[in-house]
Design a protein around this ligand. Structure first.
Ligand SMILES: Cc1cc2nc3c(=O)[nH]c(=O)nc-3n(C[C@H](O)[C@H](O)[C@H](O)COP(=O)(O)OP(=O)(O)OC[C@H]3O[C@@H](n4cnc5c(N)ncnc54)[C@H](O)[C@@H]3O)c2cc1C
Ligand code: SF4
Length: 327
């Protein structure tokens, strides 16, 4: 790792000002579990000269239940989300997503804001340039994607964005989308649905360079709601999802009144399954209806040779997560 300035910020305003001062050569750091790996492997085109520490800013570590829902401060750790009795109550899908992320040690240092802002894990993209030289794929400003002709077994099954088939790796992102959360930043409120992007070069969110997540608001689910999260990974711990899914379903008089379903690990951005949601409305939430929703969710999948297995996983995980919502 090269040398950089580590600056303890005392307020979000000061942190944003420092980002503006240092321009593209700066990053904010929360728990550091993703960022420090990027620094070690020289991930960015310009090596950062400043890393701005958000952990020294007061007031970003609370989980509060208020009238409009659950407020989670940007520096709340994944352990705190997963163990909070409040979150485990009405927002159990989010608690489960945090509980299934990484390992206990990583959940103790990793924050919810870092989890939704983390970069993709494509092994060509993350390839350390000290071993055999730098791999400049499209996402790093190069001309081609190495994964398409190479080893893409964990990559997108729904095609590319800007020639890149890396997937969004976050476990909490689909839960926040299914629960219709809002990401509150230093500049604006962004619906979780619109927060993720693979359109803007290497970054995975729509955040501007000097924009910082300050809290996440998750509305209180309606009466009759069930929400859930499932993940398929090779290992139970310290493993990114091959496929994960979160769903939130509200039943009224025994039939589905509203449904939100989000898959992740299958495309560059977390993927809302809107056609599956619509197919559920007005029917009882039976196993048959859930399986149909799973089939619809993968109807337009375009897997590559090595990742066809993920299509069946995605289909099944949608059905199983919906059944969890039904209790
Ligand atoms: C071995 C290993 C296994 C892992 N397994 C999983 C897994 O199974 N599932 C999963 O989802 N993740 C996994 N991760 C990723 C890790 O959980 C997330 O990286 C973690 O939540 C990141 O949080 P952090 O606070 O450490 O972020 P940091 O590393 O501090 O930051 C990550 C990124 O977010 C930006 N950022 C941080 N906070 C803010 C903010 N408030 N506003 C704007 N930008 C911000 C940083 O600049 C950086 O670009 C794994 C990581 C490792 C190393
Ligand atoms: S999938 Fe994306 S990140 Fe991976 S090699 Fe291709 S362009 Fe690069």
């Amino acid at each position: 790792m090269k040398r950089f300035n580590h600056i303890d910020a005392t307020s979000l305003e000061q942190a944003a000002e420092l980002l503006r001062e240092h321009g593209g050569n700066s990053h904010v750091i929360a728990g550091g579990s993703d960022l420090l790996g990027g620094l070690k492997d020289n991930l960015w085109m310009e090596y950062p000269e400043a890393v701005i520490n958000l952990k020294t800013i007061p007031g970003l570590k609370d989980i509060k239940e208020e009238e409009d829902g659950l407020h989670i401060g940007a520096m709340v750790t994944l352990t705190e989300v997963s163990e909070s009795e409040v979150v485990k109550g009405a927002w159990s899908g989010l608690a489960e997503a945090a509980r299934r992320t990484a390992s206990p040690l990583l959940r103790n240092i990793g924050t919810i804001s870092g989890n939704i802002c983390q970069e993709n894990r494509c092994w060509y993209y993350r390839y350390p340039d000290k071993i055999g030289g730098r791999i400049d794929c499209v996402r790093k400003g190069g001309k081609r994607c190495l994964a398409v002709p190479g080893d893409h077994r964990y990559h997108s099954i729904f095609g590319a964005v800007n020639k890149c088939i890396a997937v969004n790796p976050s476990d909490t992102a689909p839960a926040l989308i299914a629960l219709n959360a809002t990401i509150k930043t230093t500049k604006r409120d962004i619906p979780a649905d619109e927060f993720f992007t693979a359109e803007m070069g290497a970054q995975s969110t729509v955040l501007e360079h000097d924009e910082i997540v300050r809290e996440i608001l998750v509305p209180r689910p309606a009466a009759g709601n069930g929400n859930a999260f499932r993940k398929i990974a090779f290992r139970k711990s310290i493993d990114f999802a091959l496929v994960n899914c979160a769903a939130s379903v509200t039943l009224k008089d025994g039939v589905v009144e509203s449904a939100r379903i989000c898959l992740n690990g299958v495309h560059n951005n977390p993927r809302r399954c809107k056609d599956s949601e619509e197919a559920l409305i007005g029917s009882p939430l039976t196993r048959e209806a859930a399986e149909k929703a799973g089939e619809i969710a993968v109807a337009d999948a375009k897997p590559l040779i090595l990742n066809m297995f993920k299509v069946n996983m995605a289909k099944t995980i949608v059905a199983d997560t919906l059944m969890d919502c039904a209790g």
